[in-house]
Design a protein around this ligand. Structure first.
Ligand code: SF4
Ligand code: SF4
Length: 90
């Protein structure tokens, strides 16, 4: 499942650089997680890194984006392949 950031976010900027998938960015009022890029850190770490660092515990599971571990792994592999393709010289 992708995770999401709630309005309790205090915009402390700590989670954004910790995300290995560049899934976190500043939204209109507080930080947001792109569910297309969040793998719950599957493929990179055993625990969601943003949850580990968030001081106000405002990053729950996103109930609108339920995925199995296998689907998260597949998303991770797609993101890796896309990043590798983008890195290739033209
Ligand atoms: S769980 Fe991992 S991949 Fe998802 S937003 Fe947090 S740090 Fe990024
Ligand atoms: S670590 Fe938590 S409070 Fe800080 S910006 Fe990220 S979601 Fe918001």
């Amino acid at each position: 499942m992708a995770l999401m950031i709630t309005s309790e976010c205090i915009n402390c900027d700590v989670c954004e650089p910790e995300c290995p998938n560049q899934a976190i960015s500043m939204g209109d009022e507080f930080y947001v997680i792109d569910p297309a890029r969040c793998t719950e850190c599957v493929g990179h770490f055993n625990e969601p890194q943003c949850v580990q660092v968030c001081p106000v515990e405002c990053i729950p599971i996103n109930p609108w984006h339920t995925e199995t571990r296998e689907q998260l792994q597949a998303k991770y592999e797609q993101l890796q392949a896309a990043a590798a393709a983008a890195d290739k010289p033209a």
